[in-house]
Write a protein that binds this ligand. Structure first.
Ligand SMILES: [Fe+2]
Length: 206
């Protein structure tokens, strides 16, 4: 029996916004190479779901089995897709302090923009892959989560609003090992209008 992914549809990589090729502090070469990695995550997501459609359910095993290997690595591929779609979508702006709804949420849940920024930067310095500002629907507040890979360590029922990629591929070309300067450049290129649009679309109450 092979029915696990019978109705999945292939997805295509989203186009890169032209503004992402004109940023200060994050070079065009770096973004173009980064975008290729994102395309790779999309392709692998499609490939894995295609293979799951034909997997042998009877051989499922926790030590090793096809279903285990495919489903574990699917989380890495899908994480890579989702993380980078947030990352690319909310860059290309003018940075500065958050405004409107995101400013109200940050002020309420972190006390100040400075405190939020310091916490997210430290989270990014402490992570091996990602740092996210996400809204937890159960606690009804923002928190800065840490990630070591595309698929660690999200929690259920939280929605990421800021996704800071701290994999070396995001900054090594521009900053070598100076991750802190890259994180500063990330903040300087955030597009708060995009984040506020998500808050409105998700109906997060500020
Ligand atoms: Fe990345």
């Amino acid at each position: 029996m092979a029915t696990l992914a019978f109705n999945h549809e292939e997805i295509a990589a989203r186009e890169l916004k032209p503004a992402l090729l004109e940023m200060d502090g994050i070079s065009r070469a770096s973004v173009e190479a980064h975008y290729k990695l994102y395309q790779g995550y999309v392709n692998k997501r499609n490939e894995i779901l295609g293979k799951l459609a034909d997997v042998d359910l009877a051989s499922a095993n926790q030590v090793y089995s096809e279903i285990r290997a495919l489903k574990v690595d699917l989380t890495f591929a899908v994480g890579g897709v989702k993380n980078h779609e947030i990352y690319f979508e909310h860059l290309g702006g003018g940075g500065g302090n958050p405004d409107a709804a995101i400013a109200a949420l940050v002020e309420r849940d972190f006390g100040s923009t400075e405190a939020w920024r310091a916490d997210l930067k430290a989270t990014g310095m402490g992570g091996r892959g990602w740092a996210w500002t996400a809204y937890d629907w159960d606690e009804q507040r923002l928190f800065n989560y840490i990630g070591d890979a595309q698929n660690t360590f999200p929690i259920w029922n939280a929605t990421p609003l800021v996704a800071l990629d701290v994999y070396e591929h995001a900054y090594f070309l521009d900053y070598q090992t100076d991750r802190g300067s890259y994180i500063d450049a990330f903040f300087a290129n955030l597009d708060w209008a995009v984040v506020n649009d998500w808050i409105s679309r998700y109906q997060i109450a500020a």
